[in-house]
Design a protein around this ligand. Sequence first.
Ligand code: F6P
Length: 404
Amino acid sequence: MASIKRIGVITSGGDCGGLNAVIKGVARYAYSLGIESVVIPNGYAGLYNLVELDKVVLLNAERVSKIEASLAGSEAGHSRVKLSKIKDPNTYGRIKEGLKKFGIDALIISGGDDTGSVVVDLSSHGIPCIHVPKTMDLDLQPYSVGGDSAVNRISVFTRDLKTTGLSHNRILVIEVFGRYVGHTAFRGGVGAEADCILIPEIPADFDVVYDHMKTTYFGRVMRSDVKAGTYIIVVAEGLKNASGEMLYDESAGVDAFGHKKLAGAGKYIRQQLEKRLKSDPEVMDFMKKTGMYAPGVYEIPEVREVTPGHLVRCGGSSAYDVNFGYKAGAVAVLLLLEGKTGNTIVNVDGNKIHYMSTSEAIKRREVDIKEVALFESLGICFGRNPQKFEHEFSEVKDGIVRHL
Ligand code: F6P
């Protein structure tokens, strides 16, 4: 067992639900073993500048009790800084000096794929560290804290937006974060009973989307006694068109990690639908039959994009994320003591602590589109012609894959 007296806690990348539970899990479990833990503020930028600090915040019982696990975001703060990109030949030497200055023997770092790549990097430079998976994108191999909270938030505001959609007979396109994968758009969209969910794993065919929208939305308004209806599309920001090209707006620039900021998929979909509505001869008839038609003013149904942005990951943490965060943070201390640096916590199932190498854990996990076909059979459009759900059976005998 490694001799560790003091652990530094870092959170890095985008904020999200469950992170404060990770911090509390680390601090309380370490304390129960007689080990101190301290906050290294503001992610890797803070780690790089640790040596300049006068003091670090000790996560003693009093300080920890002031952290609210059910609040999203992180008491430790964040930045999107990749250490290997810092223009300083002595980056790692400087970090080691900072750690030495405050007697920090090892690190527990919570973050996504970018953060994990730095965990691998720090480990290879002889700094003991364990990775607790965190990202609302859910694109890591194991579950990551923040995912469930984001899915719930997407589901709630998408459902809420239906009242506006219904009042104005609007077609709403809700663009959500998720980077290059569609996990949160998919699960949040299903949770809100969205009509159409567009994810990067399935290049979108806008003729298919238009036809689905027309059948569903036109039918709804026509059948309604008060001639009211809406159509809800949830789109992941990393959406691709039928040729596999991403639909984001180039002018959005890049973040500090060097990733393109994704924005514009919602706007693109709106334009595609408006173009088809304007050139479809049946639309005027629909507008007239439903009493919506006003010449020169209101000739096609309105399509609006809504971009909730950071609202998908702020505010509160789901109970699931508080549970996962607590236990993942706590057992990260045990993995550190076991000397298993450069590893990621996967889960705690009973008394079994599952972990995997961080370099494996950060390999991008996409939506398994085999499962999408099941939801297509239930009537949800995924921007392609619905496919048959090719299922197979598998009997569970000796154990169940548990999540909580
Ligand atoms: O990786 C998490 C995430 O929320 C992505 O889904 C999104 O593209 C990005 O962060 C936004 O990051 P920022 O807060 O730096 O704008």
